[in-house]
Design a binder for this molecule. Structure first.
Ligand code: P1T
Length: 382
């Protein structure tokens, strides 16, 4: 059934079968830490909420289904999902990672897991470099974001997946920016898909959560073992909130994209914009790949404002509907200054090389009326 139904239907129905006891159409919140056993070891599949919880199970069923995967593990944050995956690598192995990733992912690999693994950061939009690095470093795992945070670079998932298979490297794709509505990395050959549920999937800026989806039972079992041992499982209430948020994911993503396209048109003509980055622009260096592997271009826009830190600060502090805050993907529009906020932990030399400079601004376009959003940007530019 799952394969034949469209994603707009999946987001409403997966994980949502009526409660067998009461018929309640919405799943109950199993706000419990433990479960009564009839005799030692005799239970109904649930022993303790760190290990399993029925509300979390509903969420995991839904998340696996919308990413066309067999298994899902829902975690207490996006970073918890990243941590569990990296932890599953045998000691002494090497990780290859895209050079432009969320600042927290960079920090985790550079400053936390550096005691256990070597990490190399490369531009994964360059397939020759990817192949050469796979040959040279023989990494256990290749981690990519596409589109990247914050520069919206696009990597070719299908081609990278083929290279990874050839070199026996696990390919992980962080799909947070597109959500399963616009991109399904498993279908393109990724071994694991990761999400910060905090963003589009929950969509209402009231939950921090993460998830990973995969088809391999071995990967699932190994990582679930770590989840159970280390403990960053998603709580029942937050699982329920995310399950509720997902129901509108399809219409929200379309509204985010519609708004973003209008804002892009407005920014394109603006004399105070030095450079605009959006995967749906024909002059985006990977436009063709974006068009082929994504079914939408999403709601994230990055641009360089003319000037430097002074102009960025002035613009950002004048915005009214666009709230100046970390995070993205909620119904409300957000603006972010990556160099000072989300990517401050990326080493300065790397930021400079990538172009995460003082005049780079990232927008997460919400689903407000787009004319109001444009007026907001205009008064801040003025
Ligand atoms: O914040 P958390 O739920 O732990 O998710 C981490 C994370 C993972 N992957 C990507 C692509 C992300 O963007 C994030 C978090 N990002 C922000 C908070 C941000 O403003 O970019």
């Amino acid at each position: 059934m799952k394969k034949n139904i469209k994603i707009e239907t999946k987001v409403i129905h997966l994980g949502g079968h009526p409660d067998p006891v009461t018929g309640s159409i919405m799943p109950p919140i199993h706000q419990t830490s433990t479960y009564v056993q009839s005799s030692p070891g005799k239970h109904q599949g649930y022993e303790y909420t760190r290990s399993h919880n029925p509300t979390r199970t509903r969420l995991e069923e839904c998340l696996a289904g919308i990413e066309n995967a067999k298994y899902c593990i829902a975690t207490s944050s996006g970073m918890a999902a990243v941590t569990l995956i990296v932890h599953s690598i045998p000691k002494g192995q090497t990780i290859l990672c895209g050079d432009d990733v969320y600042g927290g992912t960079n920090r985790l690999l550079n400053n936390v897991f550096d005691k256990h693994y070597d990490s190399h950061f490369i531009d994964t939009t360059d397939l020759k470099l990817v192949e050469a690095s796979l040959k040279k470093h023989k990494p256990y795992l290749l981690w990519i974001e596409t589109p990247t945070n914050p520069l919206l670079k696009i990597s070719d998932i299908a081609k990278i997946s083929k290279l990874c298979k050839k070199h026996k490297t696990i390919l992980v794709v962080d799909n947070t920016f597109m959500s399963p509505i616009f991109q399904n990395p498993i279908d393109l050959g990724a071994d694991i898909v990761v999400h910060s549920l905090t963003k589009y999937i929950n969509g209402h800026s009231d939950v921090v959560g993460g998830a990973m989806m995969m088809n391999s039972k071995k990967l699932y079992d190994d990582i679930w073992y770590l989840q159970n041992s280390i403990g960053p499982s998603q709580s029942p209430f937050d699982s329920w909130l995310v399950l509720r948020g997902i129901k509108t994911l399809a219409i929200r993503m379309k509204a985010h994209e519609e708004g973003a396209k209008e804002i892009v048109k407005y920014l394109q003509k603006h004399k105070k914009v030095e450079k605009l980055i959006y995967p749906g622009l024909k002059d985006h260096p990977q436009y063709k790949i974006a068009k082929a592997q994504m079914s939408g271009f999403g709601g994230m826009i990055s641009f360089y404002i003319k000037g430097g830190i002074k102009e960025s600060r002035k613009f950002l502090s004048k915005l009214k509907f666009f709230k100046l805050a970390e995070s993205l993907g909620g119904v409300e529009s957000l603006a972010n200054h990556p160099a000072i906020m989300t990517h401050a932990s990326v080493p300065l030399a790397m930021r400079k090389k990538l172009g995460i400079s003082d005049n780079l601004i990232r927008l997460s376009v919400g689903i407000e009326n787009v004319e109001d959003l444009k007026k907001d940007l205009e008064q801040a530019f003025k």
